[in-house]
Design a protein around this ligand. Structure first.
Ligand SMILES: O=C(CO)[C@@H](O)[C@H](O)COP(=O)(O)O
Ligand SMILES: [Fe+2]
Length: 218
C-alpha cells in the first residue's frame, strides 16, 4: 500500500479556489481532502454542495470527502452525484453506522469512518472489515490550523493491529496538524494517508511543500 498526501481544501484561498485546485492537480499530491461542516456536529460551517461542485469540476485527483455533519445518510447520493470517490462519516454522528457504510458503498463510493480524538479504536472492532478507510482525527474536528494531539500515535498502532487482525486492507488516514515534523512518525506507526491543510496552503511554496511531504512519506 502506498503512502498518500491529501491537501485539505479548507485551508485554500476561497477567492482563488480554481488556482489552488490547479496547484493540487499539478503537484505530487494524491487526493483532494474536502471538509464539509454543518455547524451542528462541529462548531463551524465550511461550505456545501455548490462549492464542492465547483471543486470537482476542476479537480483531477481522488475526491476524499470528510463529512462533519449530523444525519449524513440523507446526503449520501448527493455526494456520489457530485463526484466524491471516498465518503467519510463520523462514528460519533451515526446511530446506525453499519447501515450508513453499506449505503455509501451501494452509491458506488469507498466508505470511511472518522473518529474524534477521544473516541477509542475499540469501537471499530465490529465494523472494521466493512471499511475502506478509517480517518483518525488528530485535532478536534471543526477547524484547520490546530496543534497535533500526540496521543494519535498510540491510536494509529492500535488501529494497525486491528486491521491486521481483521486481514483487511483498510487505509489509515490522519487528519489535523500534520507537518513535515510528524509525518514520518505517523507513517512508521502505521498510517498511510496524511491530510495537510495549513501546512500546505500556508507555505510560501505549496507545491514544494507537497513534494517535501511526499518525499518524507515515501
Ligand atoms: O477535518 C479537518 C478539521 O476539522 C481537517 O481536514 C483540517 O482541514 C486539517 O487542517 P490542518 O490541521 O492540516 O490545518
Ligand atoms: Fe478533514
Amino acid at each position: 500500500m502506498s503512502n498518500l498526501i491529501a491537501p485539505s481544501i479548507l485551508a485554500a484561498d476561497f477567492a482563488n479556489l480554481q488556482r489552488d485546485v490547479e496547484m493540487v492537480n499539478n503537484s505530487e499530491a494524491d487526493w483532494f481532502h474536502i471538509d464539509i461542516m454543518d455547524g451542528v456536529f462541529v462548531p463551524n460551517i465550511s461550505f456545501g454542495m455548490p462549492v464542492l461542485k465547483a471543486i470537482t469540476k476542476h479537480a483531477k485527483k481522488t475526491i476524499d470527502v470528510h463529512l462533519m455533519i449530523v444525519n449524513p445518510d440523507q446526503y449520501i447520493q448527493t455526494f456520489a452525484d457530485l463526484g466524491a470517490d471516498i465518503l467519510t462519516v463520523h462514528y460519533e454522528a451515526c446511530t446506525h453506522l453499519h447501515r450508513t457504510v453499506q449505503a455509501i458503498k451501494a452509491a458506488g463510493m469507498k466508505a470511511g469512518v472518522a473518529l474524534n480524538p477521544h473516541t477509542p479504536i475499540a469501537v471499530l472492532e465490529d465494523i472494521i472489515a466493512d471499511l475502506d478507510m478509517v480517518c483518525l482525527m488528530s485535532v478536534n474536528p471543526g477547524f484547520g490550523g490546530q496543534s497535533f494531539i500526540e496521543n494519535t500515535y498510540k491510536k494509529v498502532s492500535q488501529l494497525r493491529h486491528l486491521i491486521e487482525f481483521a486481514k483487511s486492507d483498510c487505509q489509515i488516514e490522519i487528519d489535523g496538524g500534520v507537518t513535515s515534523k510528524n509525518a514520518n512518525t505517523l507513517i512508521e506507526a502505521g498510517a498511510n494517508v496524511l491530510v495537510a491543510g495549513s501546512f500546505v496552503f500556508g507555505a510560501e511554496d505549496p507545491t514544494a511543500t507537497i513534494a517535501d511531504l511526499k518525499s518524507i512519506v515515501g
